[in-house]
Design a protein around this ligand. Structure first.
Ligand code: LLP
Length: 423
């Protein structure tokens, strides 16, 4: 399942996205640009769905929210997991059926919940008693019942990066495990609530099966206790979190994960929902950037590129490692360089001490596995225009999110009356 490959072309060995040379994309759309392979998205969705059997696969929009991506996955049959009114608007615009939309998140506002009720979404994953009360009130006022799963915090360490661990007792997510039965009982008696089951999500970029096993087992125990107490508990949402291999050092096996999911669903006789984001989107995209300048300071060789931490925050925020590939590798030995962005922060480093063939001003570089948590986390820090987004399908390529120009940037600001007209 590799959709970005080196091929022999007129200019020598060159990296392609499906059947399109990345140099052509750079020429046509400029850099920096995210480049997505629609075949990769479709193939990954199919492989994942096959591995998890009957489970409803609700792609986590937060990983990559581009409409073209949502539409591509929606056409394959995916539902979505959303965490905001903005993501709801995107999902509906991409024609995702409301009965395949689950709404997660600790801070859903009243207006976001009202919009989701009006849209008739599949399920709210409720994370606190106060949220439950608010949702019940909104539903009752509309004369409907909100379909709810309680998101519980199983207090399991996902053994991933601290900033993306969500299932430990000290994390802000989910309902305290010991409170779940009491709250489930209470919720079942609320007029505006239709209790359907339980949800968990213990973290992202998990590379071992054991934390999933532990969390699913705890969820299973709670499910059985609730059933013993007379509740149906027909739906279990097992969240997302399946990691990818950024560095080719091995990853969690999809088949093993799928078998665990299916076992959990079969043993408990429940309908299963999953919320994968990164696994679906990460390897389906790369960030294409051009070398602006090469400079040496003492022993350090810096390659300054036209992307920065405002385009891809993961290295600066999590110390994340992304593979770097020259689009047209120059012959000769690989030497260690730091790939850095132009932003005025020492943390604006994309890759440190990477052994790469010689890079010169104007060369193109691909930052791999940037399809998830890349464009969605971009900002306009330093008044930089975030990277454009391009989708490839076979030999076709299309701009799916243009780069803003300076007029569009300036149009976002308005002057207060007392400054308007002043020179
Ligand atoms: N469901 C819930 C409730 C979540 O909070 C998340 C991710 C997912 C599903 C999808 O998880 P995935 O399958 O993608 O691991 N920005 C970070 C990742 C943050 C993940 C937040 N929640 C990064 O770049 O690594």
């Amino acid at each position: 399942m590799e959709y970005f490959n080196y091929r022999e072309s007129a200019g020598g060995r060159e990296l392609f996205a499906e059947d399109v040379a990345l140099s052509q994309i750079a020429e046509r759309f400029g850099t920096p640009s995210y480049v997505y392979s629609s075949a990769a998205f479709a193939a990954r969705y199919r492989a994942f769905s096959e591995a998890v059997g009957d489970a409803l696969v609700c792609y986590s929009v937060k990983a990559n929210d581009n409409l073209a991506v949502l539409r591509c996955l929606g056409q394959e049959g995916a539902g979505v997991d959303i965490v905001s009114g903005g993501e709801l608007a995107r999902a509906l615009a991409a024609d995702i059926a409301p009965d395949k939309i689950v709404f997660a998140g600790v801070g859903k506002t009243a207006s976001e919940m009202a919009d989701a009720l009006d849209a008739g979404i599949r399920q709210f994953n409720v994370e606190s008693e106060e949220e439950l009360e608010m949702l019940a009130g909104l539903a009752a006022a509309r004369g409907c019942r909100a379909p709810v799963a309680l998101r519980v915090n199983p207090d399991v360490d996902a053994k991933t990066h601290d900033k993306i661990s969500t299932g430990r007792a000290q994390d802000k997510f989910g309902i305290e495990f010991d409170q779940a039965e009491r709250l489930y009982d209470r919720a079942s008696k609320m007029a505006g609530i239709d209790m359907r089951g339980l949800a968990i999500h213990i973290g992202s970029q998990l590379t071992a099966l054991a934390p999933f096993e532990a969390a699913f087992a705890r969820l299973g125990e709670l499910c059985l206790r609730l059933r013993a107490g007379g509740h149906a508990v027909s739906h279990l949402d097992l969240g997302g979190g399946l990691g990818i291999s950024y560095d080719d050092k091995g990853q969690l096996n999809l088949t093993d994960y799928g078998a665990l999911v299916q076992r959990t669903g079969d043993t408990l006789g429940a309908s299963i929902t999953l919320e994968p984001g990164r696994w679906m989107a990460g390897p389906a995209g790369l960030l294409l950037t051009r070398v602006v300048r090469v400079k040496r300071n003492g022993n350090k060789q810096f390659v300054i590129v036209d992307m920065a931490m405002n385009d891809l925050l993961r290295p600066a925020l999590y110390g994340a490692w992304h593979d770097i590939q020259p689009v047209i590798p120059r012959p000769g030995d690989a030497l260690p360089v730091d790939i850095v962005g132009p932003i005025c922060e020492s943390g604006d480093v994309i890759a440190k001490d990477r052994a790469l063939p010689e890079l010169r001003t104007g060369d193109l570089i691909a930052v791999r596995d940037a399809g998830a948590y890349g464009a969605v986390m971009s900002s306009s820090y330093n008044s930089r225009m975030p990277a454009a987004e391009v989708m490839v399908r076979g030999a076709e390529s299309a701009l799916i999110r243009p780069r803003l120009d300076y007029d569009a940037m300036l149009a976002r600001d308005t002057l207060p009356d007392w400054q308007a007209g002043q020179a």
